[in-house]
Design a protein around this ligand. Sequence first.
Ligand SMILES: NC(=O)c1ccc[n+]([C@@H]2O[C@H](COP(=O)([O-])OP(=O)(O)OC[C@H]3O[C@@H](n4cnc5c(N)ncnc54)[C@H](OP(=O)(O)O)[C@@H]3O)[C@@H](O)[C@H]2O)c1
Length: 260
Amino acid sequence: MVEQIRRALVTGASSGLGAHFARHLADRGVEVVLVARRGDRLRQLADDLTTASEIVVADLADPDDLGRVGERLARRDAPVDLLVNNAGFGAFGGAGELGGGVQAGIVEVNVLAMVRLTTAVLPQLLERGVGGVINVGSLAGELPTPGATVYGASKAFVRSYSQGLVDELRGTGVHAMLLAPGVTHTEFGEVAGTRGDRLPGVLRSDAEDVVRQALAAFARRRSQCMPGVHNRAARHAVRLVPTPVTRRISGYVHGQLGRA
Ligand SMILES: NC(=O)c1ccc[n+]([C@@H]2O[C@H](COP(=O)([O-])OP(=O)(O)OC[C@H]3O[C@@H](n4cnc5c(N)ncnc54)[C@H](OP(=O)(O)O)[C@@H]3O)[C@@H](O)[C@H]2O)c1
């Protein structure tokens, strides 16, 4: 599966999981189109990659920038075979405390950009019957997340959307997969103002390991990948435990993570 992929576009390639996706794909001989706002970071990464790369500096919350990335995905002359919808961010605080702009931004980047970019790439993928889409959701998309409500809701959308795509694409040669990591060492916590370091180390994943597992799962045409046995155990527990209890526990954990 990954052997068929000659060119990938990775959003949020300037740090964390996205940078690891770019490096791993390049190490497998895949050309990478790098997308994020911080062009200096992208240029630095491009210099390190072992394959040719393109850089698209874009703010995915900006409709014009999003349109430019969509145009790149729709191109037939140098087609993108794999779209990794990875860019995303969270913010901690109650829905009444966080500014409307921040909350709308989470929806624009985590949800709207994913839908717009997937819609842009699918026609040419379906014409050729190759490649696919990896959407980066989260364990947070599996449960209500009081204290980070918009973020959790955005990732619940990513989960539902990705599950629908998997079924719609069956038999077309094009594959979709949801990657749903738990807490992972990246810049995410710094941006969101969370304290993931309050969790015991064993509950935090290594970003490179998450990406390695994701690409292996995609190669096996898995519909979803949740690295870490502790994360999968939490997901099972959410399904078994009554929702009011889950909400209490989730609210407590997110409250601890979001506390200054
Ligand atoms: N780390 C975790 O604990 C964790 C857990 C579950 C899921 N996730 C998900 O994993 C994905 C990657 O996050 P990460 O952990 O690698 O965090 P990260 O290190 O903060 O990386 C986030 C990436 O998204 C990009 N981005 C954010 N806003 C953007 C915008 N408006 N336009 C374009 N790019 C934007 C950032 O680039 P620029 O700032 O340069 O634009 C950056 O490259 C996210 O979808 C996140 O929700 C993370």
